[in-house]
Design a binder for this molecule. Sequence first.
Ligand SMILES: Nc1ncnc2c1ncn2[C@@H]1O[C@H](COP(=O)(O)OP(=O)(O)OP(=O)(O)O)[C@@H](O)[C@H]1O
Length: 379
Amino acid sequence: MASPEENPSSSKIARGKIRISEEWSKAAVSITFGSQDSPQPTVLVCGPKNSGKSTFSRHLLNVLLQKYKKVAFLDTDIGQTEFTPPGVLSLCIIDKPTPDLEIICMKTPERCYFFGDVSSSRDPGKYLQCVYALYDYYRDELCKSENSKSSMVELPLIVNTPGWIKGSGYEVLVKMLNYVSLTHVVKLRSYNDSKDLPRGAFWCDNGCNHSTLLEIKAVIDCATCPLTLQKIAALFREIKMIAYFRQCIPSGSNLNRNKVLARALAALLPYEVPISSIKVRHLHCQVPSSEVFYSLNASIVGLGISSEKSPDIHLCVGLGIVRGIDLFKGLLYVITPVPLRLLEKVDILLQGFIQIPQGFLQAQGCVSPYSATDVLPIC
Ligand SMILES: Nc1ncnc2c1ncn2[C@@H]1O[C@H](COP(=O)(O)OP(=O)(O)OP(=O)(O)O)[C@@H](O)[C@H]1O
């Protein structure tokens, strides 16, 4: 059998079984079934890296689904995304529990933005703009009934946050906590006090806290993990990207190893995109105009839709790989799992620092399939 890293269909890394401590269990139950007349839960989960924020969030999601038909999941952890590829801020609506908390599930978000990096550090302002826009959409569009905008739809919210909680990462978290209207804040504590968030309602200057604060202990001590945290994080990002592009291949295909998937992707008929019909924008640096297509070739791009209302941030319908560029024909070739009806709305390609998985560049029978030398003729 293929190892889990090699087998994108299982998309599981061999780790210990997930354990839900009594404290975690009680916290999830009290948030969900707290009291009859309390408002629907809106919960933010925070804490240091690898303290179990994602694991607890997914457990809470399952418990909330015992009471509510649907739950909104706002994922702001762009380095370790839950249901989307890395670099994406998303709002997903979940209506089915996932009993195996280790399994990787890809979902089509209700709304998302491509940030193009695995941490907010390059542009905290734009990162927060995206978080606020997603929350506003949840509050103003999803929670209001379609028939009567004055009555509320029952839709609890979980906000999963990044583990970068020092320096400007801390400031970003405090701003998020003050923007979102929360019934509960769940704070994970690790086995190393110096890595933890300050005790109490640290985001309130003047006793403004109206939410219930639950401080719970991490179940595992990551200092004892056999792999370094950076290695695990990078591995997970690669696995999620692979799982995302796997959706390009019709389900039922026997792609039990990444090598086979890489070959199938390289052989896929790409979409043709007329260069004249789209804009290209690098999100985090300036590319000289003579180099734009060289930097775009063989890269991962966010498929964006421009909006006059918010010129700085672009809604995104998904990601694509720029498979090749033919300047004579004026065409870009793009591979993506996004359906054509959504692709027709795309008018901007967003480039960032999200890397194409290494495995995709080594498809059997092709030499670096995404960087062929004859697809970029010099004009
Ligand atoms: N309750 C648990 N039982 C077993 N393993 C756990 C548990 N909680 C976390 N882990 C393991 O610890 C690692 C980190 O967990 P998780 O991704 O939930 O942390 P996180 O705080 O969201 O991390 P990050 O800050 O990187 O997003 C994972 O490999 C996860 O499977």
